[in-house]
Design a protein around this ligand. Structure first.
Ligand code: NAP
Length: 320
């Protein structure tokens, strides 16, 4: 089954996820969809110092939005902040330092942000990682899972009270088409039973978990517009360092980070995006299937709910 899924996924990727896939899809984009004035609205973007996240932050800043960059590395965050100010002529750009792999810090950061800010209209969960060796954090949590899934869950859940009191709120999560090769599995979230450990599959499982999380949040909180998306295959630092073979084979076919960011920007700012139902997975400004044909990756609603409960229980262990 995994050979079938990987093969179908790879050929789909060559056609749709590459630069050519973007150029072909973008012929259908409506020019004025992104002609939006974001002034007066507050946007938080995780991983805004690099790659796709930096492009999302820059596009929002150019449209006048107040940008909260959530980054773990102070010097690269400050450097990126200056680049964003220079590119946008918008000085309402703020850096917040947070390592999403530290669940206690994520709880504290979100609680403090809610106390100190009057609104947060849009959260963009963009930060992500792929560790190819199974490593545990100081809290004994597997590094891919804690950053991509648990960190995203805690940040989103803890910011929801503030997000809900803001006008027309949205939460966008940058997932990945890689999730198509994985069926949701919440019985081994730390990948203890994955032998041998495979970082690409662990990452794909986390990205599947983000898609399920988005669907479930949308059901639980209809007052917030939740969506997730696939950026396509974009030339960014993490693709080069985490997937060197993939990168060397496909580097001429990759999208630019801006092309990878396009749908996330559209989901974060455009009135056209919210014409679609909440909870969907998007690719190139269109809802996209969350399962490959005949791939046996679907799970029941009960399993999705149990996954959310498992995250909630784990999250509580790290609440202050
Ligand atoms: N590029 C692609 O082809 C592609 C395809 C599918 C999905 N994606 C997704 O797109 C998103 C952005 O990735 P990218 O391709 O733009 O790569 P990138 O340039 O390497 O950006 C990743 C960002 O995540 C941040 N990050 C990683 N771990 C973190 C942690 N523990 N705490 C806080 N921030 C952390 C990184 O911070 P540092 O700079 O400090 O490392 C960086 O800002 C990710 O979610 C990725 O999974 C990318």
């Amino acid at each position: 089954m995994s050979l079938y899924r990987n093969t179908v996924w790879f050929f789909k990727g060559l056609k749709e996820f590459t630069k050519n896939g973007f150029l072909s899809a973008s012929k259908m984009f409506k020019e004025d969809d992104l002609e939006v004035d974001c002034s007066g609205r507050h946007y938080m973007i995780t991983g805004a110092n690099s790659g796709i996240g930096k492009c999302i932050a820059t596009e929002i800043a150019k449209r006048g939005g107040t940008v909260h960059m959530v980054c773990r590395n102070p010097s690269s965050a400050e450097e990126a902040k200056q680049d964003i100010i220079d590119a946008s002529n918008n000085s309402n750009i703020f850096v917040h330092i947070l390592d999403l792999s530290k669940p206690r810090d994520v709880h504290k950061f979100a609680q403090d942000f809610c106390k100190n800010n009057e609104s947060l209209h849009v959260l963009v969960n963009n930060a992500g990682c792929m560790f190819n060796i199974r490593e545990l954090t100081e809290d004994n949590l597997e590094k891919n899972f804690v950053t991509n899934t648990l960190g995203t869950y805690i940040l989103t859940t803890q910011l929801l009270p503030l997000i809900k009191q803001s006008e027309k709120p949205r939460v966008v999560t940058v997932s990945s088409g890689g999730m198509l090769v994985q069926k949701l599995d919440y019985t081994d979230m730390q990948f203890e039973k994955m032998k041998p450990f495979d970082g690409t599959l662990a990452y794909a499982q986390n990205k599947r978990q983000q898609v399920v999380m988005t669907e479930q949040y949308a059901k639980q909180h209809p007052e917030v517009y939740f969506s997730c998306m696939h950026p396509g295959w974009a030339d960014t630092p993490s693709v080069c360092t985490s997937m060197p073979d993939f990168y060397s084979k496909l580097k001429d076919k990759l999208r630019t980070p801006d092309e990878g960011a396009d749908t996330a920007v559209w989901l974060a700012v455009s009135p056209a995006a919210v014409q679609h139902p909440a909870g969907l997975f998007f690719q190139d400004r269109n809802p996209a299937p969350t399962h490959l044909p005949l791939a046996s990756t679907k799970v029941t609603t009960k399993e999705k709910e149990e996954f959310m409960t498992a995250l909630e229980e784990l999250s509580k262990k790290f609440a202050g």
